[in-house]
Ligand binder design. Structure first.
Ligand code: MG
Length: 395
């Protein structure tokens, strides 16, 4: 048995990497690491992971250096997920691998880029960032001699695929099976999903406040925020704005994490589980927030939706992002000769197997892989007849 010192700390319904459903291409058990550590390490060394640094969620990367990027977001998700996994006796390395990979398929320009690409791809099977994350680790990273993709273990791949339509699930085989038969994902996958939510709700408030898109006074109507605001003000006086925001946000994250752990422990204590398969067969998820926390989270989300994501500056960014993504897609579709050789070759390969949709899918892969900055430069190169000097510097 490998890694007995680590696996002895796991509960029996955790994912044990020694009982993994394995990889598509069988590999020898790694030395001094477990299988999920190997997955995590492969993700960190991937090109798609490096590009997360220049992709943003709500705001465009170059609009401000202090906004979260998808890279820092993914690291925050991993931090939260690992804390929860450790406390619950679940596999930390697996949660970390899922967290670091969960956004690899995101387009440039966050949600705006995703919906623009999805509408451009409407006639060709659509575009879904979550599915694309799986596509990146299964196929698009091409640097290993023995296989395309990163050849990750089943449990990491399954955790990356958070949601999936039935037609897509059918095409995916075993990893999509749970969307067809209604079984549950592993607890590691469940908790990473909630860690994502905890991370983005909090950092979006943080970014929104620091950039003046929302104000503390507005947030005082939100219970989750107001409670921590009161707690901080009781403890300290004379904090500057930066300290005040940080002290509130860190407490909000903590309150959500503690609630998730306590509620889940309670559910787990009342359920007989002897294996991962028992977890899969449960009628509901066993990782969960309490009912009061769900209500408070909903209040916060509604606030973010109406006050931050609908801010006129966010809308302006959305408009630009949509225009860039759609224009690039159309230009490449109308004239694939303008694609760089590698992207063109990729499209041609796909078209051999899928004559109707291959080219479009290849173009979507190319666009989805772009960083915010690269997409803007590519747009300039194609549409701007005047040469911008910095554009020429970027190969
Ligand atoms: Mg995320």
């Amino acid at each position: 048995m490998h890694n007995s010192r680590y696996t002895s700390r796991l509960v029996n319904y955790a994912c044990h990497d020694t009982a993994s459903r394995g990889r598509k291409y069988t590999e020898q058990y790694p030395s001094y690491r477990n299988e999920y550590q190997r997955d995590r390490d492969r993700i960190i060394h991937s090109a798609a992971f490096r590009r997360l640094e220049y992709k943003t969620q709500v705001f465009v990367n170059h609009e401000g250096d202090l906004f979260r990027t998808r890279l820092t977001h993914s690291l925050e998700v991993a931090q939260i997920a690992r804390s929860i996994a450790r406390e619950l006796g679940l596999h930390e390395d697996l949660t970390e691998a899922i967290a670091l990979a969960h956004d690899l398929g995101h387009t440039p320009f966050g949600h705006a880029g995703q919906s623009a690409l999805n509408s451009s791809m409407e006639k060709f099977g659509g575009f879904e960032h979550n599915l694309q994350s799986l596509r990146v680790v299964d196929k698009l990273e091409q640097k290993y001699a023995d296989f395309d993709g990163l050849n990750l273990s089943f449990e990491t791949r399954e955790g990356i695929l958070k949601h999936c339509s039935r037609p897509n699930a059918k095409k995916l085989g075993a990893v999509g099976q749970r969307f067809l038969d209604g079984t549950q994902p592993t607890l590691e996958a469940q908790l990473t999903d909630y860690s994502d939510e905890i991370a983005y709700n909090n950092h979006d408030i943080d970014d929104g406040l620091r950039y003046g898109l929302i104000k503390i006074e507005q947030l005082l109507t939100i219970e989750l925020f107001r409670r921590q605001y009161d707690a901080v003000n009781k403890l300290y006086s004379g904090l500057n704005q930066k300290q005040l925001i940080h002290e509130i946000i860190r407490r909000m994250i903590n309150v959500m994490v503690v609630d998730l752990i306590q509620t889940s422990v309670d559910k787990l204590d009342h359920t007989t589980l002897n294996s991962v398969d028992d977890v899969r067969q449960q009628p509901q998820r066993l990782i969960a927030f309490s009912e009061p926390m769900k209500a408070r989270k909903l209040e916060l989300k509604q606030f973010l939706r109406s006050q931050l994501y609908q801010h006129y500056r966010v809308h302006r960014m959305t408009r630009k992002a949509t225009a860039v993504v759609q224009a690039l897609f159309e230009a490449f579709m109308n004239d694939p000769k303008i694609l760089p050789p590698e992207a063109r070759e990729h499209c041609q390969q796909l078209a051999i197997r899928q004559p109707q949709t291959g080219i479009a899918r290849g173009i979507a892969d190319y666009i989805a892989g772009m960083t915010d900055r690269y997409a803007i430069v590519e747009y300039e190169r194609i549409f701007n007849p005047g040469q911008l000097s910095f554009v020429n510097l970027i190969p």
